[in-house]
Design a protein around this ligand. Sequence first.
Ligand code: OGA
Ligand code: MN
Length: 299
Amino acid sequence: MQDTIDIAVTPNIGVRPLSLACGAEISGIDLSKPLSDDQVRVIKQAWNKHLVLVFRGQDLLQDDQLRFASYFGDLGIRKKAPEALRSRNEGTVQEANKDADKVLLVTNIKVDGKPIGAFGDGEFWFHIDSGYSARPYRYTFLYALELPSRGGNTMFSNMYKAYEAVPASLKERLKGKKALHIHEYNRAKQANSSGDISGIPHCFHPVFITHPDTGRKTLFVDRLMTTRIEGMSQEDSDAILGQLYEIGERREFIFEHEWKLGDFLMWDNRCTIHARTDFPKEERRLLRRCTVEGEPLYE
Ligand code: OGA
Ligand code: MN
């Protein structure tokens, strides 16, 4: 399987789909070098089509990663947890670094008993990055620096396909409805939105959004942080969200990436959800993450 988009202007770029769900491997580009407008345009076109792009064998300094990400918008600033909740975020102690606010180490590594990054060990349920904010990150970029001997795969689900699979009667019922997304800092346990949530980052977004670039409708809920649908009884909301999570996590919509050192992945948070499989706690895993800021989302 080989796409042939824009091959006339960028003859060396290969785009190879990685699953029937989503995901494509891009070859012929060295991300440690500045890219031409044509290269960026081809990548953007492939990204809108395949939702998750994989580049293998990259050798990237932090500056290279940030330069590349900035071709796609304003770099995301890391969202800090409110003071009272900070311990649940495992505290991110990162080395003095000129761009520390733009880079997050996704790792289980501790130095002197303190985590050097975020998201620790183990399984991570399907989620949208910063769905709880008014402007969820448009894109996330992740680069593998150290990997365990097995597990820790990242799975991506195609939420355009999920939207299409929602029964017509349910689409009708959810028209104009918004859902609550809340950051409660769990990784494998649903956020709790009962009680006073004024001190916890949260936001309502439409259950179905229109992707700002492609104009396609997509399902915008996740099992980890979406907790209720506005204007519905909790019982109805729970039942419907349960149904939507299941559709969003259907195996046929999922591409599962098995990491190799030097892999660089980039995904679109408006039309995918992602999750991580378990991996051995006693082994080290280190990835470098950055993001691009998003915008308000509409149905
Ligand atoms: C992330 C994330 C998954 C992983 O960085 O946003 O969800 O595989 N990472 O570590
Ligand atoms: Mn994530």
